[in-house]
Design a protein around this ligand. Sequence first.
Ligand code: TXA
Ligand code: MG
Length: 315
Amino acid sequence: MIIYDSHIAAELLSQGQLVGIPTETVYGLAANALNAEAVVKIFEAKKRPYFDPLIVHIADVDQMDRFACDIHDKARRLAQMFWPGPLTIVLPRQKIIPDIVTSGLDSVGLRVPNHAITLELLRMLDFPLAAPSANPFGYISPTTAGHVQDQLDGKVSAVLDGGPCAVGVESTIVHCSPNGQITLLRQGGIPLEMIQHCVGDVDVQLHSSSNPKAPGMLASHYAPRTKLQIGSIDELLRSVADLNVAYLSFQTEFDDHPGIVLSPNGDLSEAARNLFAAMRELDQKQYDLILTELMPDVGVGRAINDRLLRAASYG
Ligand code: TXA
Ligand code: MG
């Protein structure tokens, strides 16, 4: 059921039910983060492995200390600078956060999403919201309420419709240790350059099936069912002439082939905003293969490239 009223969402969440919520990055599948039984339903609905921890969404910077401890000044600076916004900060957790939310880790990922309806919802509640992206585990993240409805119908009590997501890729995740060391765990809506500008040196540890700090960052993720190949679209189109293929390009239109251009003017933010819906649309058309290319590896282009590489991975 699609709903537009945050009061109804608040009521359902207070009863321990699951609600799809809009954020500026992607739609989340939310439950009361302090209610372990409600949180179990998230893992069941997504078929998500229990070793993959959830992000806890809070209403404002002031709530940080309720859920995290040993917060270094740099983490506070990041929060002040980028919240509400697409940045998740992983910090030592307070005991009030149940084990199931953090997969037993002694840290918790916190974020204040930048979306008016969801901020209104969070302010109404007396608990924070655990919310992963609202897609079946491993599939493309949803950027509209309709995407959530299509994929999780029957498993979610309601989807709060807040329109299409403005950023389109998930939050950037940084780990901040008590001594102030900052480690980038996932590229996302806030470019690495901006994090560095705010706090100086940042370690980068993105590859993670082997990285205990981000157990959920598997190589194959965000993936369509149709095989996706990355390279020079022009060359690839010629090499697979006998197959039924479509392209997904940054700026270029390829005559005589079906496909989607992410941003005709070469705007990386626009490309990010369109990325997941475009992958989803092409995936539904049952092509043999989707051909795509990497974007310039700067700013939010880094997050787009990360998602494309994971989508093309079959490991
Ligand atoms: O933009 C986003 O972050 C969206 C919206 C809904 O907020 N959420 C999202 O959640 O992308 P999800 O569950 O799809 O990805 C969250 C990732 C996990 O896979 C995990 O790697 C990392 O966040 N994470 C969460 N808590 C962590 C922790 N305590 N330590 C390390 N990594 C953590
Ligand atoms: Mg996800």
